[in-house]
Design a protein around this ligand. Structure first.
Ligand code: GLA
Length: 389
C-alpha cells in the first residue's frame, strides 16, 4: 500500500495531471449481525485500514480506473453500461457511478487511481471502502456534494444491481459516516446513527482473520434473508402490525414463536435477540461496562453459530481460544460469516498473551496462522487535504 501522497504522485505519473485524493475505511462490526436487512440495529466501527482514490475529471463520459494492487486498468462509458454481474472489481466502480446518476447527480468522465490496505475476503468490507471512496471522488470532482446517507445508499444499490449481493446498509453506512474513537449505533430502518464513544484505554478491540472464506457465503446470505421474510409473514398471523423482525420484541416472540417451523424459528430468534443485545451493548459501552459488553459478544457468537448457522469451524476455534485467555472479555464472529474474521475485546495487559495463544492454538488446530490486527476506531470517508498541493 502506498502512502496517500504517493497515490497522488502515481496518478500524476500515469495520467499527466494533478488529482484530488479521497479515502474511505474498512470496518469491523462489534455486534448486531444480520440485523441490518431486518430493519434493526448494528454497532460497527471503522478500522485504521483504508482505500485511497486519486481522481480528476475528464471532458468526455469515460471513467478509467487503475487498481495499483492488481496493476490493472479497466474503463467504462457512462452512456453505454457494461452488463452487470461479471465478477470483476470494476463493477463496484461502475455500479456506484450509475447509482449516483440514478439519484440525480450529473457526472462527467474521470480518471481514477485506486490503492487499498483493507484486506479482501477478511470480512472487513473492502468492497464498501471501494464503493464509498470512489462514490465520494466521482461526486466531488464533478463539483457536487453528496451527503453520507445518500452515498451509503448508492454503494448498497451498486451491490444489489451491479455486483449481485443483496446486502444490508451497515458496511456502506459506516464507511461513509464513521467517527474517530466511536462506534456507530445505526438504526437501519430510520437510517439515523448515534456515535457511541469507545474508551480503549484499558481494553482494545482486536480483529483476527481466519484467512478462510467459504464459498457458501453469498448463496446462504440470500437464503437467510428469505427465511427472515418468511418468519415475518408467519408471525403476522399473530402480530398483524409488524413489517420487519425489528418490530418484534423478545416477549412477543416468546409468546408467538410456536407458529414458526424449524429452522425459521431459530433464524428469527437470532434476529430478535440480537437487536436487544445490540442496544444493550451500546448502553454497556456508554456506561464503561466492558464486562457486560464482552458477555453480549459471546452470546451473539453462540446465537450466530447455533440459531443463525453462519459461523464456521475456524471462527468457532478462534472464539474458543480467545475465551480461554485471562483478560479476554468477549469474542465473536463479525460480518456475514462463513469465514472472515472474529472481533475480541481484550484487556491491554493481556494483548501479548492473547496474540500468542491465538496464533499457536489456531495453527495447531487448523494448520494456518491467523492475521491479527489491533485497531482504534477510525473516521469515515473524506477528501484528504494534501500539504504540498
Ligand atoms: C455483510 C453485509 C451487511 C450485513 C452483514 C451481516 O457484511 O454486507 O449488510 O448484513 O453481512 O451483519
Amino acid at each position: 500500500m502506498m502512502e496517500r501522497e504517493a497515490v497522488g504522485r502515481a496518478f500524476r505519473e500515469r495520467y499527466g495531471r494533478a488529482a484530488r485524493i479521497f479515502r474511505a475505511p474498512g470496518r469491523v462490526n462489534l455486534i448486531g449481525e444480520h440485523t441490518d436487512y431486518n430493519g434493526g440495529f448494528v454497532l460497527p466501527m471503522a478500522i485504521e485500514r483504508e482505500t485511497v482514490v486519486a481522481a480528476a475529471p475528464r471532458a468526455d463520459r469515460t471513467v478509467r480506473a487503475y487498481s495499483a494492487g492488481l496493476n490493472e486498468e479497466l474503463s467504462f462509458d457512462l452512456d453505454h453500461p457494461n452488463p452487470p454481474r461479471r465478477g470483476v472489481w470494476l463493477e463496484y466502480v461502475e455500479g456506484v457511478a450509475r447509482a449516483l446518476e440514478s439519484r440525480g447527480l450529473k457526472l462527467s468522465g474521470a480518471d481514477l487511481l485506486i490503492d487499498s490496505d483493507v484486506p479482501a475476503g477478511a470480512g472487513l468490507s473492502s468492497s464498501a471502502a471501494l464503493e464509498i471512496s470512489v462514490g465520494l471522488a466521482l461526486a466531488r470532482v464533478n463539483g457536487q456534494e453528496v451527503d453520507g446517507v445518500t452515498l451509503a445508499l448508492a454503494g448498497q444499490q451498486a451491490e444489489h444491481t451491479y455486483v449481485g449481493t443483496l446486502c444490508g446498509i451497515m458496511d456502506q453506512f459506516v464507511a461513509a459516516l464513521a467517527k474517530e474513537r466511536h462506534a456507530l449505533l445505526i438504526d437501519c430502518r430510520s437510517l439515523e446513527a448515534e456515535p457511541v464513544p469507545l474508551d480503549t484505554t484499558s481494553a482494545a478491540f482486536v480483529v483476527s482473520d481466519t484467512r478462510v472464506k467459504h464459498e457458501l457465503s453469498s448463496s446462504e446470505y440470500n437464503v437467510r434473508r428469505a427465511e427472515c421474510a418468511r418468519g415475518v409473514e408467519l408471525l403476522r398471523e399473530r402480530l398483524p402490525g409488524i413489517t420487519q423482525l425489528r418490530d418484534v420484541s423478545v416477549a412477543d416472540f416468546q409468546k408467538h414463536s410456536g407458529v414458526l417451523p424449524d429452522p425459521i424459528l431459530r433464524r428469527c430468534r437470532h434476529i430478535v435477540t440480537e437487536n436487544e443485545r445490540t442496544l444493550g451493548a451500546a448502553r454497556a459501552l456508554r456506561a464503561g461496562d466492558l464486562a457486560e459488553m464482552g458477555r453480549l459478544m459471546y452470546e451473539s457468537h453462540y446465537s450466530l453459530r447455533d440459531d443463525y448457522e453462519v459461523s464456521s469451524p475456524e471462527l468457532d476455534v478462534l472464539v474458543e481460544i480467545a475465551r480461554g485467555v485471562p483478560g479476554v472479555l468477549g469474542a465473536r464472529m463479525t460480518g456475514g460469516g462463513f469465514g472472515g474474521s472474529t472481533v475480541s475485546l481484550v484487556r491491554r495487559e493481556a494483548l501479548a498473551d492473547f496474540e500468542r495463544a491465538l496464533s499457536e492454538g489456531y495453527e495447531r488446530e487448523t494448520g494456518r496462522r491467523p492475521a491479527i490486527l489491533v485497531s482504534e476506531a477510525g473516521a469515515g470517508a473524506a477528501e484528504v487535504m494534501m500539504s504540498d498541493e
